[in-house]
Design a protein around this ligand. Structure first.
Ligand SMILES: *Cc1c(COP(=O)(O)O)cnc(C)c1O
Length: 361
């Protein structure tokens, strides 16, 4: 390549995203607890819909996603015209940055926030601005203090990954109300379904013109491999995002499988209840072993160790036992391990292995 051919400013500052590990050398049947996947997989109805799509693969999918948007709107009580679907919520985050941020603009997110916010901001030449959290929790005052005339987007995940903590809707509303008028608040609701009785901030979106929400089929729906997410927000913003969305961004397989999945809320309810039960058990058990965690509202716990070294040693020990969890040094939490809530057997194996590591019988 010649020196004259250069990528846009910002691109070379992007560190490649590292997904959760899936294998350990020499270990068969390792249990993967590193990517916040649903241990139960997707609902049977989603799997059946997936299979049926084989008969129409020669057809182009529809471009307006009307049927999937109607299903999402039905289930959540929303206006289907204000729903947009993408290749994971990652693609919605990308659209938001492409449409609303560019060189000299600032994109704000929190210290332990999702890595995609930084990547998407840099990809459009905008300046990422990272705001400290308070005790691993979003700090509304710190975010408001960090906003300037150049702030175009503020991203918060609620509940947050990898901390598992969340702030109240009253705090989210205070943040939305305090932002400079040119700034859009994006609520990333990837884990919203795990919080009993929480609408992800949907009502707030109905009442404000500066809030947008992203959601995903990758977590509680157990469809991370399918790559479908959606967004909801003011009509004007959805109209803008639809202009940059590729007409065939989602395949018919993606559309039909996601539609069957969202219509099966009994499955979602079952996963939410089982996750809450096992999360409670695992966090209490780890805490009794001297490994505390903040109260998590999502499908993982962030286990805190005494030091970076201890977290690294425990991670290595767990791998020897065939248990793959996530080191979160890239999220500035090198003394922590993020452990996805697996099924009951997986949770028991993790607790047993951590007890052995800690030298407790
Ligand atoms: C997993 C996750 C997502 C989901 O991304 P997809 O592209 O929809 O798979 C979004 N935000 C956060 C904070 C996540 O942890």
């Amino acid at each position: 390549m010649t020196d004259a051919i250069k990528p846009q400013p910002g691109i070379l500052d992007i560190a490649l995203y590292q997904g959760g590990k899936a294998h350990v050398a020499g270990v068969q049947n390792a249990v993967k607890l590193s990517s916040n996947e649903n241990p139960f997989g997707p609902s049977d109805k989603a799997k059946e819909a997936f299979g049926r799509t084989v008969h129409s693969l020669h057809r182009y999918p529809n471009t307006d996603h009307a049927s999937l948007r109607a299903a999402i709107a039905d289930v959540h009580g929303l206006d289907p015209e204000r729903v947009i679907c993408g290749v994971g919520s990652d693609e919605i985050i990308t659209f938001l940055c492409q449409a609303y941020a560019g060189p000299k603009d600032e994109v704000v997110f929190t210290e332990h926030g999702f890595l995609m916010y930084r990547i998407s901001a840099l990809a459009v030449g905008a300046t990422p601005v990272e705001v400290p959290e308070r005790e691993r929790t979003t700090d509304v005052d710190a975010i408001l203090a960090a906003c300037t005339r150049k702030t175009k987007i503020v991203f918060i995940a609620n509940p947050n990954n990898p901390t598992g903590t969340m702030i109240s809707l009253a705090e989210v509303e205070r943040l939305a109300a305090g932002l400079p008028k040119q700034a859009l608040l994006v609520l990333d609701g990837a884990y919203a379904e795990y919080v009993d009785g929480y609408d992800g901030g949907l009502r707030l979106i109905e009442s404000r013109s500066n809030v947008f929400m992203t959601r995903t089929f990758s977590k509680i729906y157990g469809l991370g491999g399918l790559r479908v997410g959606w967004g909801y927000g003011p009509r004007a913003i959805v109209d803008v995002l639809n202009r940059i969305r590729g007409p065939f961004n989602l395949s018919s397989t993606q559309l039909e499988t996601a539609e069957a999945a969202v219509r099966d809320q009994d499955f979602v309810e079952k996963c939410r209840a089982e996750n809450a039960r096992l999360r409670h058990w695992l966090s209490e058990t780890l805490s009794d072993l001297g490994v505390p965690s903040d109260t998590s509202m999502a499908n993982f716990v962030l286990a805190r160790f005494a030091s970076d070294e201890e977290a690294g040693a425990c991670d290595a020990f767990l791998q020897e036992q065939g248990l793959i969890v996530r080191r979160v040094s890239g999220y500035k939490l090198p003394h922590c391990l993020r452990i996805t809530i697996g099924d009951e057997a997986a949770c028991r194996r993790v607790a047993h292995a951590v007890a052995q590591f800690k030298g407790v019988k």
